[in-house]
Design a protein around this ligand. Structure first.
Ligand code: PEP
Length: 251
């Protein structure tokens, strides 16, 4: 059985008081009654407080990014060791905003993936096509390249530490969601790629999340598709009611 996961990417939102308040709100609503693993990704500066606040609960705290080097003269960056030292063991890599605004390429992401895996972090690896790719029917090629160049080099045993997050860029923060059928079509394609490149077992066991304008009122239908194992949520993860409404979409 694949893990069902709902992860909230808070992006550059919520100061320390707001982080505390949102976590309290989420915890007060008893999210333990779910089959899903729940992940939240606050900003770097609020990670440690979030880890402390969620200690002993079923909420996993993730970072939104990390540097590919273990240490060094990289002003303003955060290393894998720093994350581990505050008990953050999950990291989101390859989010489309990192790719678009911070120039993260597939090759750079391959290095980040290696560093994260070397230190036993779980990776939520994001990828997805832009609108122009879909309009020119190039979306399957783009997704395949992102996976081949950023991820497919890892060893078989490392796949247990990888969660995939398919996020079509045209659906992120736009209110435009991929239809459940479009999501399922791409997720099935990704699972076939996994089957052909890394084997049946890994293909069956790897969770593939969908991200892009998931809301409480569309989550259930998207999550009901056989190859969709949960979601990566941006805007709607900033309100406890909406986020847990989405979690409730997991059967
Ligand atoms: C995201 O940024 O990962 C995302 C899916 O955002 P939103 O849910 O706001 O579209």
């Amino acid at each position: 059985m694949r893990k069902k996961i709902v992860a909230g990417n808070w992006k550059m939102n919520n100061d320390s008081e707001q982080t505390d308040a949102l976590l309290e709100d989420i915890l007060a609503k008893k999210p333990e009654f779910t089959n899903a693993k729940i992940v939240v990704a606050p900003s770097f500066i609020n990670l440690q407080a979030a880890v402390q606040k969620t200690h002993g609960t079923n909420i996993i705290v993730a970072a939104q990014n990390m540097h590919q080097s273990e240490s060094g003269a990289f002003t303003g960056e955060v290393s894998v060791g720093m994350l581990k030292s505050i008990k953050v063991n999950t990291v989101i890599l390859g989010h489309s905003e990192r790719r678009a605004y911070f120039g993260e390429t597939n090759a750079l992401l391959a290095q980040k993936v290696d560093t994260a895996l070397k230190h036993n972090l779980t990776i939520i690896f994001c990828f997805g096509e832009e609108l122009a790719d879909r309009q020119s029917s190039n979306h399957f090629n783009v997704v395949e390249s992102q996976l081949r160049e950023g991820l497919f080099h890892i060893s078989e045993s490392d796949w247990a530490s990888v969660v995939l997050a398919y996020e079509p860029v045209w659906a992120i923060g736009t209110g435009e969601t991929a239809s459940p059928e479009q999501a399922q079509e791409m997720h099935a394609f990704i699972r076939t790629l996994l089957r052909e490149n890394v084997g049946d077992k890994i293909a069956e066991e790897t969770s593939i999340l969908y991200g892009g304008s998931v809301k409480p009122d569309n989550a259930k239908e998207i999550f009901s598709k056989p190859d969709v194992d949960g979601g990566l949520i941006g805007g709607a993860s900033l309100k406890a009611n909406d986020f847990l409404g989405i979690v409730a979409g997991i059967e």
